[in-house]
Design a protein around this ligand. Structure first.
Ligand code: XMP
Length: 318
């Protein structure tokens, strides 16, 4: 019978055998998969596991600092890298969703590569790839969906980084990864976290990305997620987030006419992200979130709720 404890024990033994005294580098994202992979490897090779957590400036508000400190509390050997400006520079003027994804993927590899080169004699690259990623990347590379969205979590490292790959979660489904994480003591705030796309808020800002738009969206998203948590809805939806629309509409504030941007709210139920239904959030909760966003964030005077299912819509707007 499969149990998370037996899996962890066997996998740690196998990793010790495989990696011996070699150094391993791993990119942490703040998500469940890379975190669980790190914990397993940490138990197997200790300080020989070098984790890199990149701040791409596209994470949720305050997330980089809080997740980095959780990682340190777990005893991981982790380096936080502030690369915000490199990502903003690469994104400047880009509005096509796929070009934005490519730019982010490219800069991530550059930053990660710079950091990995500072670890002398590293032999292995660890990845938090899980079983569905393996399946999906095969169909994405081979199938008609190849150009729908280029997910950049799987694969992509430059050839000259001749590292051997180790993927301890490759045989697991998401719920099994969560159970292993729980067994290894990963805190609930990381375990229960909604999926979040690698390109982050860049694909929730339609059109070109600027630090000012990121700041506005982070504030709106923060209010949204906080209200979902306070009302008990966070754990009932599979994924939620706010989207910044490059559209201005007329509003009124006091006796002043305003002409400001629109924020859309998205929340979906899903099993694997392949199909999704929009979540029927209560009207009074939506009303509270809308009021808080509009009253507190300069630059936003209208909030709308996305009632599209996937298919034919997608979960993200880009
Ligand atoms: P869509 O928008 O395709 O999203 O319905 C399905 C799931 O995939 C996530 N997503 C991404 N994840 N890189 C990622 O790592 C990406 O480029 C990307 N695009 C979408 C999305 O958040 C949802 O969970």
């Amino acid at each position: 019978d499969w149990t998370p404890f037996a899996f962890a024990e066997e996998s740690i033994d196998a990793l010790k055998e495989q990696l011996k005294d070699d150094k391993v580098v791993l990119g942490l994202s703040g998500g469940v998969d890379s975190s669980v992979a790190a914990l397993l490897l940490h138990q197997a090779v200790g300080k020989n596991l070098h984790c890199i957590f990149v701040d791409n400036g596209l994470l949720r508000k305050d997330e980089f600092a809080s997740v980095l400190s959780s990682y340190k509390d777990l005893g991981l050997n982790v380096k936080g890298v502030d690369a915000k400006q490199r990502f903003y520079d690469a994104l400047a003027g880009l509005s096509d969703p796929e070009l934005k994804r490519k730019a982010i993927g490219r800069v991530f590899i550059e930053v990660f590569d710079d950091e990995a080169h500072q670890i002398s004699d590293v032999k292995w690259l660890a990845q938090g790839t899980i079983y569905p990623d393996v399946i999906e990347s095969v169909s994405v590379n081979g199938g008609p969906s190849a150009t729908i969205k280029s997910h950049h979590n799987v694969g992509g490292l430059p050839d000259y980084m001749k590292l051997k790959i180790v993927e301890p979660l490759k045989s697991l489904f998401k719920d099994e990864v969560r159970r292993v994480g729980k067994a290894l003591g990963l805190p609930d705030d990381i375990l229960g976290r909604h999926p979040f796309p690698g390109p982050g808020l860049a694909i929730r800002i339609l059109g070109d990305v600027t630090p000012e738009k990121v700041d506005i969206l982070q504030q709106a998203d923060y209010i949204y997620v906080k209200n979902l948590k306070d009302s008990g809805w966070y754990d009932k939806v599979w994924q939620a987030g706010a989207i910044y629309l490059p559209i201005q509409s007329v509003g009124v504030m006091g006796d002043e006419r305003t002409y400001e941007n629109v924020v859309a709210l998205r929340a979906v139920s899903s099993v694997d992200g392949m199909t999704a239904d929009w979540s029927h959030l209560p009207y009074d909760l939506l009303a509270k979130i809308s009021n808080e966003i509009i009253n507190n964030i300069k630059g936003i005077n209208r909030v709308v709720y996305d009632i599209s299912s996937k298919p034919p819509a997608t979960i993200e707007w880009e």
